[in-house]
Write a new protein. Structure first.
Length: 88
């Protein structure tokens, strides 16, 4: 039901996969930024990196669910005369 609503609102599996890959990069950037800009040390930077890094599996899972929904949603392709070998 949730996947159907997300798909109907325009979200596709490619969007979820892109968000997953972006969150991996954002996880590294947030860790690096926290180490360089804050004086809290590596412990806080690690927490930021792990927090954002947890998003990637969620987005990948959502992408898989949307992909399965999209495969089920695609109508069967009708056979064309060229594909069947019969003259047009």
């Amino acid at each position: 039901m949730i996947v159907k609503k997300l798909h109907e609102s325009g979200l596709h599996s490619e969007h979820a996969y892109a968000a997953a890959f972006a969150s991996v990069g954002l996880s590294f950037v947030s860790w690096l930024g926290s180490v360089k800009l804050e004086q809290q040390g590596y412990a806080r930077a690690d927490r930021w990196g792990i927090f954002i890094g947890e998003w990637a599996p969620t987005f990948f899972g959502l992408g898989l669910a949307l992909s399965r929904y999209e495969e089920r949603d695609v109508p069967e392709v009708l056979e064309t005369p060229e594909a069947s070998g019969t003259p047009a």
